[in-house]
Design a protein around this ligand. Sequence first.
Ligand SMILES: NC(=O)c1ccc[n+]([C@@H]2O[C@H](COP(=O)([O-])OP(=O)(O)OC[C@H]3O[C@@H](n4cnc5c(N)ncnc54)[C@H](O)[C@@H]3O)[C@@H](O)[C@H]2O)c1
Ligand SMILES: [Zn+2]
Ligand SMILES: [Zn+2]
Length: 380
Amino acid sequence: MKAVVYKGPNEVSVEEVPDAKIERPTDVLVRITTTNICGSDLHMYEGRTNFEVGRTFGHENMGEVIEIGNGVDAVKVGDQVVLPFNISCGFCKNCERGFTNYCTTTQPAPGAAGAAYGFAGMGPYSGGQAEMLRVPYGDNNCLRLGEDAVEKQNDYVMLSDIFPTGYHATEMAGVIPGDTVVIYGAGPVGLMAALSAIIKGASKVMVVDRRPDRLALAEQIGAIAVDDSKTDPVQFVLDQTHGVGADRGCECVGYQAHDPQGTEDPALTLNRLIQSVRFTGGIGVVGVFLPADPGGIDANAKQGKIAIDYGLQWLKGQNVGSGQCPVKKYNRQLRDLIAVGKAKPSWIISHELPLSKAVDAYKNFGDRVDGWTKVILKPE
Ligand SMILES: NC(=O)c1ccc[n+]([C@@H]2O[C@H](COP(=O)([O-])OP(=O)(O)OC[C@H]3O[C@@H](n4cnc5c(N)ncnc54)[C@H](O)[C@@H]3O)[C@@H](O)[C@H]2O)c1
Ligand SMILES: [Zn+2]
Ligand SMILES: [Zn+2]
């Protein structure tokens, strides 16, 4: 089958790899119909993780079930399914409590937790930017879709990661109706956090970035765009909230945060959040931060040590939540909002391309070319 293979920093190719197949009785085999490129793929594509050369990318996947192992009960051949990027067992200590993002069964490294398709440090699993995908613990990991699955596939595929992840940022931040919310990052994840905050009834949602195309998408759903190349975002938020700061904040950028001129500072968004969220407010950090960053700006950053204003954060008594999103906690509920038309996450898609164009897609998305917001790939 064809798949997107990592060849080294800033290089992928679409090549023939061995077909995905059923390996265990609990596996489901899916023919991929839509698979996305994510900001998380870019950290790996750019060589900023320990992702191994020769592996396949792709953790935002949906498709049609073409084969099931003989231990699979609920999922049937022909079902249209969307797969959480987390691969989880459903029965370990963490899964039992809903933390499928920290499954200890599917993560083989001792002392580690959490697995994903085509992801650095998250197990040996192949990615879904390919014609087929093996889904371990298929009954647990497949979310089945209804009759509108094909018609709305560009919406439903966002349930694999970014819609639940944006929602998770607002959950960790504690957004409730009436809250003011500031979101750093208007990438796909930040835009989904904005959509989620609006769905939850936030009174004011401010989204900070400097890319006009992305800020315009935030405005399309009723958020306030804050261009930090023109405005001091902390002052802007204070001005919008009677000087006290937003009730809630979301970090949707990650460790490659930089100033508008491009100078990297992994603490920038965290410090701005600490400054622009009020005393006793909440902060949800879904942007990725890692314990090792080969391309970090200095010796500390290379070890994932980030100089945040902890004193101020402590003083303000803010709640901070972080980590990968437990997609299964939200995907069913969010699916049903899509089904009835109350959420349409496909509004952010800028490019729908055949899988064979993945090299070009990674190049443009990786170079942050204007207008490349969210790329979805369709195997031919
Ligand atoms: N926790 C999870 O489960 C999870 C899931 C998916 C993605 N992620 C992570 O979320 C982050 C965002 O993903 P994405 O797909 O939206 O990525 P992206 O790279 O497309 O978007 C990041 C955005 O942040 C902006 N930005 C950079 N520095 C900034 C700053 N100082 N202030 C404001 N904006 C700034 C960029 O201009 C860009 O628009 C990434 O780190 C990704 O790995 C986490
Ligand atoms: Zn993703
Ligand atoms: Zn588990």
